[in-house]
Design a protein around this ligand. Sequence first.
Ligand code: HEC
Ligand code: HEC
Length: 373
Amino acid sequence: MKKVFVFLLFTIYCSLFTVVHAADYPDIAPLPERKAPNPKAVELGKALFFDARVSGDAALSCATCHNSEQGFTTRMPLSDAYPGSKHWRNAPTLLNIVYKGKTYGWDGRLDDLDDMLRDMITDSMNMNMDMQIMQERFKQDPKIVQMTKDAYGDKNMGTSQKGEMTHYVARNAIVQFLETLTSKNVPFDKGNLSPKAKDGMALFKGKAGCIQCHNGPYFSDNKPHNTGVPENQEVFKDPQRHFTYVAYMMFMGVDNRMNWRRDVGYYTISKDRKDVGKFITPTLRELKYTSPYMHNGMFATLDDVIEFYNMGGGEDRPGMKDTAMKPLGLSASEKEALKEFLLSLSGDPITIDMPKGVKVEYQPIPKWKEVKN
Ligand code: HEC
Ligand code: HEC
């Protein structure tokens, strides 16, 4: 009888609090070394990243929404979008994006970085650009043509001539530039944690259970989870944001799209009701520079995020939230320690010198089809 009672108490304890076995998950670890990218391609990619000619009406560059001075995101809860539309999601950071490997976008709609860039460029709410037009714009700029020859002159990139500017080469160069946006001097990676941050790491792997989803060197399992982040009502109050979201759902074939009053997240991809409200676990690296947080920017500070997890996450219909989301019972000093650990995952600020002399005004070349470039 006594044994049964103890067992019952244990079961109740386990269902109230998470008992986490860190060894069940890929361990958190320093970022592995990567092969250095081709410096000439990086120069070209950097120029293109800051060049507004990539967008249809030359109003936006990648850097407009992934701002190098704001952790390669923006400090706004919800992102900018192509003129005439407004985005319904937060622009994620591009720092360490080359480590992500798959499930790009908050809803994980694409598994390949090049495909994600193609979407960024062609989606009507992002840059609204036609790939052929982009290619032609750059082919008509002698400086870009020269940079492309310098970077790709000796490589076969599936083009008719080596060193030719094509939209594929443009995206490849941007990816090479993204290779340079990796963390530098991160206390965690250097094994240089304060005693308080070490306590925080123990909580992360144990009582707080963060490692269940934020694991491996990128601090993400790359899987969708519902944590119950509250909706950002701005998406539904602002008609421009709302119709941009509805248009996206239409494009993705989501049913009942006029009636959803929430971001359905991974449901967009799987069309399985149990996936409504799931989002791909983001990295926890460089959080110092990337507030506000979550897919809709609902939390302004790390204190808000930690409080949210301490409460067991947000509200959703029964059975929708991830079973890992339970009240954590963290004391004030434990919350501080956890925050200190999260901050130890940020390194030196990564700032980029804007390429000089990006020329947006240019003269089209007469009879361009006949001109060799
Ligand atoms: C108008 C704003 C805007 C512009 C311009 C823009 N992005 Fe984005 N980007 C976003 C938003 C918002 C998301 C999140 C989209 C989603 O989850 O649905 C995103 C997502 C991404 C992702 C996926 C990140 C992740 O963690 O999964 C990559 C990579 C990316 N953008 C790269 C670029 C590049 C490179 C350019 C330029 C070619 C660019 N973006 C231009 C707003 C923008
Ligand atoms: C059940 C899986 C899961 C667990 C457990 C979990 N997270 Fe998360 N985390 C997520 C997901 C998914 C998101 C994105 C949610 C969204 O945007 O709606 C997220 C977002 C975050 C963000 C925001 C990052 C950004 O760039 O916007 C922080 C910070 C964070 N989590 C910290 C933690 C901490 C600290 C813990 C432990 C107390 C923890 N997480 C536990 C899955 C999890």
